[in-house]
Design a protein around this ligand. Structure first.
Ligand code: FES
Length: 123
């Protein structure tokens, strides 16, 4: 076990975890943040597990928790006061469907745009 100190949703935490524990499992199992922590492919492809890591989108399923020592992690629970997230989290109209993965994806791109990051090029 390794002791990991980081900030999650503006709260300093210090928790032990196995070296191969993913950040996704860490926030779910050690911090009980389960609302937005959704796993899809678990290979870094689908983006369902996306969190903000030091302000930038990161796939928590392929990020080791121990690699986040000292980092600032924001999960969907940490965006409750965010205007865009609140709007996207509103109950869906009968004509639309929404999921937390879509909310996280849009939020991450919104943050990237705010930071002036160029969109990723499609291959
Ligand atoms: S679960 Fe698909 S990218 Fe993490």
């Amino acid at each position: 076990m390794s002791m990991i100190a980081l900030t999650v949703n503006a709260r300093a935490v210090q928790v032990s975890a196995e070296p191969r524990t993913s950040l996704a499992d860490f926030v779910r199992d050690k911090l009980d943040l389960t609302r937005g922590r959704i796993l899809g492919c678990e290979h870094g492809v689908c983006g369902a597990c996306t969190v903000l890591l030091d302000g930038l989108p990161a796939r928590s399923c392929i990020t080791y928790a121990v690699a986040c020592e000292g980092a600032d992690v924001t999960t969907i629970e940490g965006l409750d006061e965010d205007e865009v997230t609140s709007e996207l989290s509103a109950p869906p109209s009968p004509a639309s469907t929404r999921c937390s993965a879509a909310i996280a994806h849009r939020e991450c791109w919104s943050r990237r745009r705010d930071l002036g990051a160029a969109p990723a090029k499609r291959r």
